[in-house]
Design a protein around this ligand. Structure first.
Ligand code: GLC
Length: 414
């Protein structure tokens, strides 16, 4: 696994987006806005920074399915609309604030405020955006409205936002990891090792590399461990042939992997006395949050499990069915935690720094009761013995990180 991940980098160097962000940003002050698009929710944030302290207000807005699959113009109009609503509520319509945009999709980043979308991932597939600068699309949408004015100072990936936000508190943070709707990581690399980055050293000698590791395996390198369930998930997705690693790990797919296994075992007569239900046999109907809830039951007690099975029309489940359902959930979530840990160890071992803190965000890591412990255990096995690491949950990581980068970039301009 370790070597294969490295091989994936060298096979397709185009998949790495490289960027430079200053890591020391504690001294900026004032109000800053952030947008966070690409996870379970779309959020708008307002952050007020004072010395070593910040206050944050945020609001979650839904992105309806027809917009996720509609045109780019509809998507960016909707984003601008949510931003304007939020600014109105916060009484800042008349202010011209700096904004950081967390846009959690693969970008060819051409500067701090220019990023061309390489491809959509997760549940999005808006037309007319791939190949275009998403900052410009947002600026155009804001201009079309004409009622707010904003200075966009940065566009960044959620992994980068998470790293920046953790580094604000903990200077040993050198990796940003997301295990949520999707999965990805970025890390701090010595600029001399970043052959694709040809800008002059801005002073730190370091760059951030967004690995986009969700795409690991798209070239066949994971075929030896992909199961029939993984293949079905890929076939049924809106981006077949893409994001193989992510599809084995992240929240968008985990529940469906479990559901497929349960469906098969039921049809083979191994579960529920061979009698399933319409909901159990409906694609996408076993939510990833069920996996976390079922595994949150104390050992030997199946309260959540029973409730979920009843909700799915499986009232007839026996105690042994509950034991088995929980076991399937554990197999799928443990595999995800182990895969993430293996990839993380590749980075930790490559960086070879004595102590690295990993800033982590995402619904799977946050809500699954054992994910953290599973990762701690597996990383301890795989990491080079002389290296130390910490896993740090990021509080509102990606959005806040975007505001911090905007704060830093706007101060630099002043
Ligand atoms: C997907 C996106 C990536 C993002 C990750 C986590 O893999 O391609 O950019 O960081 O999801 O949200």
């Amino acid at each position: 696994m370790t070597n294969k991940l490295r091989a994936c980098y060298t096979d397709s160097p185009d998949d790495l987006s490289i960027n430079y962000f200053p890591l020391f940003i504690r001294t900026e002050k004032g109000k800053f806005l952030a947008l966070d698009l690409g996870g379970t929710n779309f959020r708008v944030l307002l952050i007020e920074l004072s010395e070593n302290h910040f206050e944050m207000k945020s609001k979650i807005f839904a992105i309806p399915q027809h917009i996720m699959l509609g045109s780019g113009e509809q998507l960016f109009d909707h984003i601008a609309d949510c931003l304007a609503k939020f600014m109105k509520e916060e009484n800042i319509m008349k202010e011209r604030l700096a904004l950081g945009f967390t846009f959690s999709f693969p970008l060819r980043q051409l500067g701090l405020t220019k990023g061309l979308l390489k491809s959509w991932t997760k549940g999005f597939n808006c037309s007319g955006v791939v190949g275009n600068d998403v900052v410009q699309l947002l600026r155009d949408a804001i201009k079309r409205r004409g009622d707010i004015s904003i200075d966009i100072f940065a566009i960044l990936n959620d992994t980068t936002g998470t790293l920046m936000s953790c580094a604000w508190k903990n200077q040993s943070c050198r990796i940003g990891l997301i295990v949520g709707t999707g999965s990805n990581a970025c890390y701090v690399e010595k600029q001399k090792n970043a052959e694709l980055f040809d800008e002059p050293d801005a002073g730190s000698g370091q760059v951030l590399i967004n690995t986009e590791w969700g795409a690991f395996g798209d070239n066949g390198k994971l075929d030896y461990i992909r199961t029939q369930y993984d293949k079905n998930i890929d076939q049924d997705s809106i981006n077949p042939g893409k994001q193989f690693f992510e599809k084995m790990i992240s929240g968008m797919y985990m529940g469906e992997i479990v559901r497929q296994a349960l469906e098969r075992f039921t049809k083979e007569g191994l579960l529920f006395g061979g009698k399933g239900s319409d909901l159990l046999f409906t694609k996408g109907r076993f939510y990833t949050k069920y996996v976390s809830e079922i595994e949150s039951d104390y050992s030997g007690v199946y309260t959540n499990c029973r409730e979920i099975l009843e909700e799915l029309g499986l009232k007839h489940a026996t105690e042994q069915d509950c034991v088995n359902v929980r076991f399937v959930c554990e197999c799928v979530s443990r595999r995800a935690a182990h895969l993430v840990s293996a990839a993380l160890c590749t980075l930790l071992n490559k960086m070879d720094e004595p102590h690295v803190t990993v800033g982590i965000d995402g619904s799977v890591y946050r809500f699954h009761p054992h994910f953290h412990n599973l990762m701690m255990e597996k990383i301890s096995h795989l990491i080079n013995p002389h290296l130390k690491f910490d896993l740090m949950l990021s509080e509102d990581g990606s959005g806040r990180g975007a505001a911090l980068v905007a704060a830093c970039a706007s101060a630099k301009k002043r």
